[in-house]
Ligand binder design. Structure first.
Ligand code: SAJ
Length: 411
């Protein structure tokens, strides 16, 4: 019942199916049953209230008999970047008791190529039933953008890859009940590769933008201008450079391709290393800007992994904080959207910058577009600011007495 499973359950319910949601997190199960979930994902809370009121959705900690089982659990990576399939395996194992002949099982979790056929099927077969023979099995990767889940879950095209044609047809029929995008039918391993290709495309593209940015900095030109003008070419679409790549998808999924073929994935490994290096680069910039002050005080604005979301897991800011703390800097962190973070967030932006030497704007939250630098300046010990995402107006900030620095732009 996570960020994919709950919206999917609600949509299946809305389409007329009776849905039983399962999660091992008791607190989450209780709050979903009461309709008490955060309002971060637009439209989700109202849709949940409707599903509960119409008796389309019930939630508990244990699976029960069903016609269709949909697995949407996380697939993190281990410290050595190898895929951690334990959640997928445990979730599959948890349904083996309930699995019956004629059922359909669908995996939505992002998984390395071959896992549906080589790992999921054998685990489900511990039920004594045969995949393909007794029950159908398909891979149908989620494709939703956090912050726009309720619209994208319905409107986006989907890839449906069964382990045989009957599995593909049955899964396609199921998703047709609420998806208005086109359903592209394929096989399980191709569908797994498609999902990984999508997210790796973004990671490598962002790494290229970051590389162009770092070279532009050495050459002494603005990377923001370079990217903007390069994108005027009809066949060029560079993504944005920035302080790093966070979240639990884009920095994770490329490693599944590396695990699948280490020899052929040099470009992907290099992109990972470029993007993972960005927060350290910003840390070095902040320490340079602080200009030799012992234990400089650095106020970081933005903890979320990207603009407009409240999710701070694996965010570039978390990495930045680690590097700065190791360098003996004192940091305060502010984020208008994130609820909890380590170190704890300073609630008010003025308190966060009070006595600071440097402000680092890490996330292009809309709230930071409208900061009043003159108001902040009067509370600071020194007046330096670093804009990592090209959102602040240089003239306004220098006008308020700030020593202004923008990542990947000459001063
Ligand atoms: N980022 C940049 N530059 C950019 C775009 C993003 O530095 O031009 C950074 C963001 O700040 C963030 C990270 O990359 O730290 C990832 O952001 P994202 O918006 O690319 O991706 P997610 O993780 O929020 O969601 C993605 C979505 N994938 C695509 O847009 C292709 C979503 O559709 C996927 O379903 C999801 O990953 C997933 O589950 O894999």
């Amino acid at each position: 019942m996570g960020y994919v499973g709950l919206p999917a359950a609600i949509m299946f319910g809305k389409a007329g199916h009776t849905v039983h949601g399962v999660d091992i997190n008791t607190a989450l199960v209780n709050s979903i049953n009461k309709g008490e979930i955060g309002a971060e994902e637009p439209g989700l809370r109202d849709a949940l209230a409707e599903a509960l009121a119409n008796d389309r959705l019930s939630v508990s900690e244990t699976p029960s008999a069903a016609d269709v089982f949909v697995i949407a659990v996380p697939t993190p990576i281990n410290d050595d970047h190898s895929p951690d399939l334990s959640y997928v395996v445990n979730a599959c194992r948890s349904i083996t008791e309930s699995l019956a002949a004629g059922n359909l099982v669908v995996i939505e979790s992002t998984i390395p190529p071959g896992v549906t056929v080589n790992t999921v099927a054998p685990v489900l077969e511990e039920s004594g039933l045969k995949a393909g023979g007794d029950f159908s099995l398909a891979y149908c990767p989620e494709r939703v953008l956090p912050g726009n889940v309720m619209a994208e879950i319905v409107g986006n095209d989907r890839i449906i890859g069964g382990i045989d044609s009957e599995s593909t047809n049955r899964a396609a029929e199921l998703y047709r009940s609420f998806v208005t995008g086109t359903l592209h039918e394929s096989d399980a391993t191709t569908a797994e590769m498609v999902k990984l290709a999508e997210n790796t495309y973004r990671d490598v593209n962002i790494a290229l933008a970051n590389t162009i940015a770092n070279i532009s900095e050495s050459v002494g030109v603005s990377a923001w201008d370079v990217v903007e003008m390069a994108n005027k070419h009809p066949r060029v679409d560079l993504l944005k450079p920035g302080p790093g790549v966070g979240g639990h998808c884009i920095p994770v999924d490329p490693w599944f391709l590396v695990a699948a073929d280490e020899t052929s994935s040099g470009l992907i490994q290099s992109a990972r290393s470029v993007n993972d290096g960005q927060p350290s680069l910003i840390a070095r910039m902040a320490l340079t800007v602080a200009d030799g002050v012992a234990s400089p005080r650095i106020a970081i604005l933005g903890a979320a992994y990207k603009p407009g979301v409240s999710d701070a897991r694996d965010s570039p800011t978390a990495h930045l904080v680690r590097v700065l703390s190791e360098a003996d800097a004192q940091v305060t962190v502010h984020d208008p959207q994130v609820k909890s973070f380590t170190p704890s967030l300073t609630e008010n932006v003025v308190d966060a910058v009070t006595d600071a030497d440097v402000i680092v704007v890490m996330v292009a939250h809309p709230e930071y577009d409208v900061l009043d630098p003159a108001r902040l300046a009067s509370h600071m010990r020194a007046r330096s600011v670093i804009d990592t995402s090209n959102i602040l107006d240089r003239d306004v900030w220098t006008g308020a007495g700030f020593d202004f620095h923008r990542y990947a732009e000459p001063n």
